[in-house]
Design a protein around this ligand. Structure first.
Ligand SMILES: *Cc1c(COP(=O)(O)O)cnc(C)c1O
Length: 569
């Protein structure tokens, strides 16, 4: 036996030991575990990775299934005019994942497409292992076209996407069977990308109710383009008779095979990812019962080293029990500030060394990092540079750090990167700005821990949840955001951060001008004065972020809700 088969047998035994408990398979097009394994693009993938890490910490018998995405999403460079350059991410798979001897296959357009499986063990705090399986079609036996299927995350056209979803959904279910997972009690579809796997289950059981008993579906986006749909003729030519005529009416919408409808139809439990998003989803899909479980982040992944030391000293047990973070109120303010300054220095040194921007440790620093796309309004904060300059003049210097990728086909998202880069050239004096290239988990962690204020400006109600502000809260960094997604639940005004837009504005859609005015006004009259002239109270706010928000908005609490409401139902 080679070392790798030993590991796998060991993992399988791990799962089989838990007879009588549910065995859950968690399907996600992207899973982000760390910055070395670039098989994620953003929030969805990092949530999936954080979820599986919490399962490992809490000994929850689950396995993750995803695609290999051999060249990642893309490696981002930005030229001096602000153009985003997308390069394949060169990822040395063998350094991080182990190939398994088991193979499986799916039929695409009548061809047999062979699938190899790579393995990564997520080790929990007490050594419990949650396996992740990465599906890979880059095998000699496959045609050149089929070898490409698992290369690029979210790359290619609709046909490419459907091929990926066939490999993930149908291939994923078959892979688990081939590896010896004979009974999977629940299949959790993290977004609709794996919905096609329900058809494999339907063919196995020939019983809609039996499929429903197994399936759990989490929808993630109120944006129409986020819901995959395919021409029925394309779907039929790709998967043939896997698509039964008898359910066509239930799973099509506007004459298209709609992956969200397919997942809704075959699931006994469906949820949105924040309370508001549950409401929005119920309006989008009338007739379905849709619950909500608010997202979280994996606490030990996102707490910076300086805060880890403070937490170890004052709140032993916080690593396995996130509720312990409630007692952060008892930590001395000096220690909170010292840990924050440590994390801030790391970030400021990084941007100064890399981008030569001459930022200062003491100056008020704001961060914005996320996918660059219009609904998140990445440049709202700098859309009136004169106003911002006046505020800096009056209250104190301002530093702004940006990061984020635009999807290669999102022209408007790329334009906002250009606008940010262009405005950097016109801003001077009391304002310093920079844009960190190739946003990834390391940059995300460094930024959410190292800035003084985390900015988020989505247009309501487009942000399903958002999670970067939760990472900030874990590091005592308050958020300043429109009331959308998780922030409707997490914002206690002037205690855990601030809202942008009037109190009542979590109703209805956003008004850019009103939000911009409110952002600047609050920055000038409340947020920055508190930072520069009322430091003691500022640190109190930092502490509340940890005690009130980090103790709740984490994946340990989140997965416990999934276990009770979705998996055990
Ligand atoms: C946390 C994170 C995201 C998601 O952040 P949102 O606030 O949900 O947009 C995206 N990318 C990276 C690298 C992250 O760390």
């Amino acid at each position: 036996m080679t070392a790798e088969t030993v590991e796998v047998v060991e993992t399988r035994a791990n799962i089989d030991d838990l007879k009588g408990k549910p065995k859950i398979a968690y399907f996600s097009m992207e899973i982000g575990i760390n910055e070395h394994i670039p098989t994620y693009s953003g929030g969805l993938g990092i949530l999936a990775g954080d979820t599986l890490k919490s399962c490992a910490d809490l000994n929850i018998p689950i396995v993750g299934v995803t695609l290999l995405s051999e060249n990642g999403y893309f490696y981002q460079k930005i030229d001096e005019n602000g153009n985003q350059i997308e390069l394949p991410f060169n990822f040395n798979i063998n350094d991080f994942l182990k190939p398994l001897p088991t193979r499986t296959e799916v039929k695409i357009e009548g061809r047999d497409v062979k699938i190899r499986i790579w393995y990564y063990p997520v080790r929990g705090i007490s050594g419990y292992i949650v396996p992740i399986f990465f599906l890979d079609t880059n095998l000699e036996e496959n045609s050149d076209e089929d070898r490409e299927i698992t290369k690029y995350l979210y790359g290619g056209d609709l046909k490419y996407r459907l091929s990926q979803e066939i490999v993930l959904g149908i291939g994923g279910i078959r892979a688990l069977k081939a590896m010896g997972y004979k009974t999977i009690d629940k299949c959790h579809m993290n977004e609709g990308h794996a919905a096609i796997g329900t058809l494999e289950l339907y063919h196995r059981f020939k019983d809609i109710e039996k499929v429903r008993e197994q399936c759990v579906f989490t929808t993630h986006t109120p944006v129409a383009a986020g819901h995959d749909q395919f021409d029925i003729s394309l779907a039929k030519s790709m998967i043939g008779d896997m698509l039964p005529e008898s359910i066509m009416e239930d799973v099509t919408f506007d004459n298209k095979l709609n992956m969200t409808r397919l997942a809704l139809f075959f699931s006994h439990y469906v949820n949105g990812v924040a309370k508001k998003h549950g409401e929005v989803s119920r309006e989008m899909f009338p007739g379905y019962s849709i619950d909500s479980i608010t997202n979280g982040v994996h606490t030990t992944t996102w707490v910076s080293e300086p805060f880890q030391r403070v937490f170890d000293k004052h709140m032993p047990g916080w690593r396995s029990d996130s509720y312990v973070l409630r007692s952060a109120f008892s930590i001395d303010k000096k220690e909170i500030w010292a840990a924050h300054m440590d994390a801030k220095k790391t970030l400021i040194d990084f941007v100064n060394n890399r981008y030569n921007v001459g930022m200062n440790y003491e100056h008020f620093t704001m961060g914005f990092a996320r996918r660059q796309t219009p609904y998140k309004r990445p440049d709202l904060l700098i859309s009136d540079p004169e106003r911002l300059a006046q505020i800096a003049e009056k209250i104190g210097p301002i530093q702004i750090i940006y990061a984020g990728k635009a999807h290669p086909k999102d022209g408007a998202g790329k334009e906002s990167i250009k606008r940010i880069i262009r405005s950097m050239k016109h801003i001077d004096g009391n304002i310093k700005m920079t844009f960190i290239h190739n946003y990834d988990m390391t940059i995300g962690k460094m930024m959410t821990a190292g800035v003084d204020l985390w900015i988020n400006t989505p247009r309501r109600p487009m942000e399903a949840s958002g999670t970067s502000g939760m990472k900030a809260a874990h590091n005592g960094v308050p958020q300043f955001s429109t009331l959308d997604g998780w922030w409707i639940e997490g914002c206690i005004e002037n205690i855990t951060g601030w809202s942008i837009g009037s109190k009542k504005s979590n109703e209805g859609e956003s008004d850019d001008d009103a939000d911009r005015n409110d952002l600047y006004k609050k920055l000038e009259t409340q947020v920055m004065p508190k930072f520069y002239t009322d430091r003691d109270n500022w640190i109190r706010t930092m502490r509340s972020c940890i005690a009130i928000n980090a103790s709740f908005f984490n994946t340990n609490r989140m997965i416990q809700q999934y276990v009770l409401n979705a998996y055990f139902k």
